[in-house]
Design a protein around this ligand. Sequence first.
Ligand code: PEP
Ligand code: MG
Length: 724
Amino acid sequence: MARGAAPLSEVVALVAAEMVAEVCSIYVVRPGEILELAATHGLNPAAVGRTRLQVGEGIVGLVAATGTTLNLPDAQNHPAFVYRPETGEEPFASMLSVPVRRAGRLRGVLTVQNRLPRRYGELEVETVETVAMLIAEALAAAGAGEASEEGAGGAMPRRFVASTLAPGLVLGPVVVHGGVRQPARLLADDPAAELARLERAVAAMQAEIDALIEGGLPPGEAPREVLEAYRLVAADAGWLRRVREAVRGGLSAEAAIHRIAEEVHERMRRIADPHLRERGADIEDMAGRLLGSLAGETAPEPVPPGAILLARRLGPADLLAWQARGIAGLAVEEASPAGHAAILARALGLPALGGARGMTAAAEAGAPAILDADQGLLILRPESEVAEAYARAASARAARRADYALLRERPTATRDGVGVRLMLNVGLAFELDQLAATGADGIGLYRTEIAMLARGAITDVADQEAVYAGVLDRAEGRPVLFRTLDLGGDKMLPGAEVAAEENPAMGWRSIRVGLDRPALLRRQLRALLLAARGRPLSIMFPMIATAAEFRAARAILRAEEARVPRPPARLAVGCMVEVPALLFQLEALAPEADFLSVGSNDLMQFLFAADRANAQIAGRYDFLSAPVFAALERLLVAGTALGKPVSLCGEAAARPLDALALVGLGFRTLSMSASAILPVKALLAEVDLAGFAALLAEVRRADLGAGEMRETLEAWAREQGLPL
Ligand code: PEP
Ligand code: MG
């Protein structure tokens, strides 16, 4: 059983007593779609571990196969009933059987039986369903039903490939985020008193969140947008009303909170939109807070130095609370790079990984681990040689960071004097602090949708204008490339009903939405033009697939420009190159665009037909490869011929070796996340570009296999003693 949870044998006895039932049993899913009797109160105890049913066999198997509760007054005459003599179940007529599911996955079946024929009441069904959720949580924590895939605990090293949410390297002991703890008491005798208990906890939680926003934010200008959105969820009457109703129905406050949180999570899980899924994590985070407050918990203890937090899901307030306790990094199973956990982790400078399942189930608190957020890797219980190699890398990196401080003020150039512009990718206002912190040359990609996603709404023109004007003020004359909304598909359009799509990344998203619903695009463009207040302005359009789309988008912009009272001193209109088809329309496109910016994240996924969000194929295709460089060269040639600057703003630019290769190919402007600026600058400063470009040309000519281009360039860089 899970850490701290009651054994299943106690759970069944407890449920049988609560329900005044003669029998309560739990069947657990075993590999091969088998349901094994794991605990029983009332059936023959010798049948435990022996009675096994195929999913689909018998009433229990039917419940498992359909995932629906069966409430049967006369179970033995149900067509699915099968008789197992070893259980001794002849005399029981009525049966309530509910699936034990977690995160959409069947973990087992919980049944209650009575001698006399009867239909179980609504409250009884609810109670058993609530218990089933608790059991699911406990089984998941113990790794049941996934033993063959993921295993649980153990002393062997385990590696998890995940997405980078925030870069960095941490070595330290694991701490595990508990999620929603299990209630000790399911039912309350006095619903009115229970409701009063709940209201006190809700008021305390809301005060805690207010205090966090007012006073507890991290240094620098903190990610207020995220916390404000969180506060709105905390005040949302919908889920709290359902908790109150469940308490009025007789559940304890703890059981009601748990039940609604799990329901919300189940619903959110089925939604592709990562932003909406975040709401589920927020509610779970709040449920955890409410339960803590009901249990009368006091301030949590600090964690050991270098602690790495593992969590299934993590809401923003919990992340801040863990940060206050001193974690050095985190890995969250259900987190995406655009989600709250990622945004906050980057803002707090905490290395973070997301999107790999099974990490928390495979870890135990205190186990040594390596969080290599640069390479998207979590290693639990590493082999000693691996741990030593990482420890060396970490201390070399710390020494290098001290040197970086000196680099900040110097312009970026290669050793042989070729100047390069390094710009920042940002999405929230507070990230502009990084301009000064890194000495970046400007903002090469301002993702306008991020602030709206954090807020959960598309804001009006005046509001947007204020945000964009603030960005330009803070940039103090440095260039800012605003990208128009890249929403839709898997990024929610707040307030809009969007049909589910099979392939949202290739669906109705981004500029496609902007051109089909021009009012939205027009409002944003007007806000940008007004925000410029006569200053120079650069705007680029994402996901353009045809020259005609770019022309149409630019025409809308020009029309808006004609309407504003004080147009920008200079309006540069750029096209993002993210769809491979554009590479074959450069003759038509390049003369019309003022600049081109490669979105390497999307370009890679479409060039190789490899979903960028799918951890299973992450790393399968390498950016440092002949097809990618052939595509980029084509762009550079077309841009140079027409005097149109070509830059690159995807994740590739944030990897020093890849950035160097881009400069070797001819790029002179790269845009990247803040943490990459100084490492890339340090590398470029030590490279003789002429020599490197010759090597790159040679490597590109050679017919190299997967990963060999990277290996060759890396070996050369190491030979030269370059800081990779
Ligand atoms: C890209 O695709 O590389 C890019 C910069 O845009 P985003 O990551 O926001 O899709
Ligand atoms: Mg993109």
